[in-house]
Write a protein that binds this ligand. Structure first.
Ligand code: T1G
Length: 699
């Protein structure tokens, strides 16, 4: 009977002769929370004090070795022992101490391994230091011990990319010393015996010198200064890794200070909000109910969206029947799917063999009756209600009972589409974002009569497609496009009132957006917004300043952006340049409207743009189109390129506060009372001092 001593709820010691096994058991991912840290430290200290075991092997129970520090502890008062201190006790062990790594050893999990005297990997393992994705840096020795094993360039790559490294690459780069197969406990016993036999060498990582590489450090520092001046932790990572060429104790001090500094940044708060938000949006009762089986999908429409959706489903291993009305459209669809899959191969996301097998699951057809056996149809045709209602009327009779009928519409009324059938309970909106096989957001638009298991099926599909499914109610534009319409107007008002399009773009790129709104418009095609403005012309509020004059005139010239070579910018060989014709159009419109241009600072631009976004986002939460503020945040992080370190529009709103936002709105309303109106929710929050974070908790 093995001698097992439970040090605490999550750490145990099993003594087998000269071998001591330490087991970590903290489901679901063995995060190194306070109990794990205390237990590890106590176990190693106790075994060294006993001095009977001649080798110690640490392994973890469950699906993965330690997946990192316990992120739920971040932002709260630290609870000793700190991870770096635990790892220093481990590294100092006089008894050889090894670790057995399986699953995903990330962040503090990999750092735990690095603090042991040898690391044995189990096939299928992945290691990584993803702290940068949380606005942090490895804070428990990763920036000091990893470079000693891999060299500075590889360590810089791992820490700055946050990428996961597979078993083979980990072995090749000295992160692990041995790669085997088997159950973690069995492997731990075998490896411990190998240490005793002398066939598995051990050494403290601190005894290894980091090979200096000033060039790699200087080049990386310069690249980050140019590309990420607004970020905090990447620069600190370079500083900490540079310190790894000196004594370990000194380097650990540099790392610790950098970690503490990064922990106190709003970037860390924003990126951790993003981490948990990505999981929270599907953590709702509707997403967890019974779902319908989806074994085969039909996609109607072989255009950019339809073929992107088909690609996404195929990549998830789901056979797709692609329907078009004419052969040339079908051929284009097949060609686009093929191009998308070839792109996945060239990016190393898909093997050539897998690409062929994936493409073989695509069956094109010109006959809608061929959808009779599919479990889900996703309609992705022209954004016209009559066309969609005609298609859904046909699907109503073609598709088998229980088949789900989804529209990829980006703003039309899904209730009206459902009314074109006699099976409204089977109808839902699945709003993908272009390119659909790349963008992770999927708005799951729940109509009045959509059945609960159809909603659950939408979330289950999102998970299979590795997308972030967010529940949205039915309104014009659902969550994202409805809010987009508002802050786009603000950008247009800023240009009418004195800013240039390029100044607005630059200000927002300085805020952290990858592209400013005018560049985004040029990329997507200015004709899309033009069509929307025409569609809304009859229902537009006559009292509201029309924001589309400049954009309309650009479109009237046939300048739709990149696809026509010019829009707000001119696209030639080099970098895009502001279109001088647009400046003339702006001057003409201002003159016609009697506008005297004034200057705006970059901060003015950011404040107005973000306040408009926050106002409509608050209304979207207020009327229930989005269930919680975090749902809006995730829509913007995963569908609209909102800077991840800002956490999303409403997380960012909390850094300003409801009262200050109301003050801004009141100031802006002096110029334009009709447009700038405070949402009731914001007024309530200012009155009772609540935040959007409070609303997330309360939802
Ligand atoms: N802390 C706390 N909870 C965590 C967690 C963590 N590190 N990782 C995951 N969870 C929760 C998650 O919220 C979910 O909870 C459940 O576990 C399953 O996760 C000092 C400072 C490991 C690849 O960044 O990447 O170490 O929703 O749904 O898809 O230098 O979780 O069920 O209630 O994601 O199989 C560094 C983050 C921390 C790894 C598994 N580590 N986690 O993916 O499951 S910082 C990370 C992941 C650090 C040190 C620094 C993934 C996973 P719930 P899941 P999965």
């Amino acid at each position: 009977m093995p001698d097992i001593e439970q040090i605490n709820d999550q750490i145990s010691i099993e003594r087998q002769g000269d071998i001591a096994l330490i087991c970590i058991n903290n489901p679901p991912v063995n995060a190194s929370g306070q109990i794990v840290r205390q237990g590890l430290q106590d176990a190693v200290t106790r075994l060294n004090a006993e001095n009977t075991a001649r080798v110690i092997a640490i392994y973890a129970a469950g699906r993965t070795f330690v997946a990192g520090a316990d992120i739920t502890e971040f932002g709260k008062p630290p609870q000793p022992p700190a991870l770096p201190d635990v790892f220093n006790v481990m590294e100092a062990s006089t008894i050889p101490l090894i670790s057995v790594i399986h699953g995903t050893a990330l962040g503090g999990g990999l750092e735990l391994g690095l603090a042991t005297h040898a690391r044995v990997g189990i096939e299928g393992l992945r290691v990584g230091l993803p702290e940068i994705n949380l606005g942090l840096l490895p804070g428990a020795g990763g920036t000091q011990r990893l470079p000693r094993l891999t060299g500075i360039p590889f360590a810089l790559d791992m820490c700055l990319s946050g990428r996961q490294v597979g078993a083979k690459e980990a072995l090749e780069n000295g992160i692990i010393d041995l790669l085997v197969s088997g159950d973690p406990r069995d492997v731990a016993l075998t490896a411990a015996q190998q240490v005793l036999d002398g066939t598995l060498p051990t050494r403290r990582t601190s005894e290894v010198e980091t090979q200096p590489d000033d060039n790699a450090l200087a080049e990386t520092a310069a690249m980050l200064k140019a590309k990420q001046p607004h970020m905090f932790s990447p620069h600190k990572i370079v500083e900490a890794i540079a310190a790894s060429t000196g004594p370990l104790a000194d380097g650990l001090k540099v790392e610790r200070q950098a970690f503490i500094d990064s922990m106190n940044t709003p970037q860390r708060a924003g990126m951790i909000h993003a981490f948990f938000g990505e999981r929270a949006v599907s953590n709702i009762p509707e997403a967890k109910g019974p779902a319908r089986e989806i074994a085969k999908i039909g996609v109607i429409g072989g255009g950019t969206m339809g073929s992107g959706i088909a690609t996404s489903c195929l990549l998830a291993g789901i056979p797709v029947r692609l329907i078009e009305v004419a052969q040339d459209g079908l051929d284009r669809g097949i060609a686009t799917v093929t191009k998308n899959l070839d792109g996945a191969v060239s990016r190393g996301k898909l093997s050539p063999e897998k690409r062929d097998a994936t493409l073989a699951m695509l069956t094109p057809s010109l006959v809608m009756d061929d959808l009779a056996d599919v479990d889900l149809v996703i309609e992705a045709v022209f954004e016209n209600m009559d066309v969609k209602k005609d298609i859904f009327g046909k699907l109503n009779t073609i598709c088998k009972p229980g088949a789900i009928l989804a529209s990829n519409t980006s703003y039309l009324d899904v209730n009206e589409i459902a009314a074109a059938t006699t099976r409204a309970q089977d109808v839902i909106g699945l709003h993908f974002f272009s390119p659909a096989h790349v963008m992770r957001l999927l708005e799951i638009v729940v109509a009045d009569k959509t059945a609960p298991d159809v909603v659950a099926s939408g979330f289950a599909l999102a998970k299979r497609l590795k997308k972030v499914g967010v529940r949205a109610g039915v309104c014009d534009g659902f969550i994202g496009n409805r809010i987009l319409a508002h802050y786009s107007k603000t950008a247009s008002y800023l240009v009418l009132d004195g800013a240039t399009p390029q100044q607005v773009d630059a200000a927002l790129e300085g805020f952290g957006f990858a592209m400013g709104p005018h560049k985004v418009g040029d990329l997507a095609g200015l004709d899309i917004g033009w069509m929307t403005r025409k569609r809304k012309a009859e229902t537009r509020d006559p009292n509201e300043r029309y924001a589309g004059d400049v954009a309309d005139r650009i479109c009237e010239h046939g300048w739709f952006g990149r696809k026509t070579g010019q829009g707000y910018y001119i696209y030639n060989a080099g970098a895009p340049i502001p279109n001088p014709e647009v400046a003339n159009i702006i001057d003409a419109v201002r003159a016609e409207k009697g506008i005297t241009p004034r200057t705006f600072t970059d901060q003015d631009i950011i404040d107005r743009y973000m306040t408009a976004m926050i106002c409509e986002a608050a209304r979207v939460v207020e009327d229930g189109t989005a269930r919680r503020p975090v749902d809006v945040d995730m829509v913007f992080l995963f569908g609209y390129g909102f800077p991840r370190h800002r956490g999303g529009p409403l997380h960012y709103a909390d850094t300003i506060g409801a009262a200050e936002l109301l003050t801004r709105i009141k100031t802006y309303a002096v110029e334009d009372a009709n447009y700038w109106q405070a949402p009731a929710l914001l007024e309530k929050m200012a009155a009772d001092g609540t935040t959007f974070a409070d609303l997330n908790k309360g939802a």
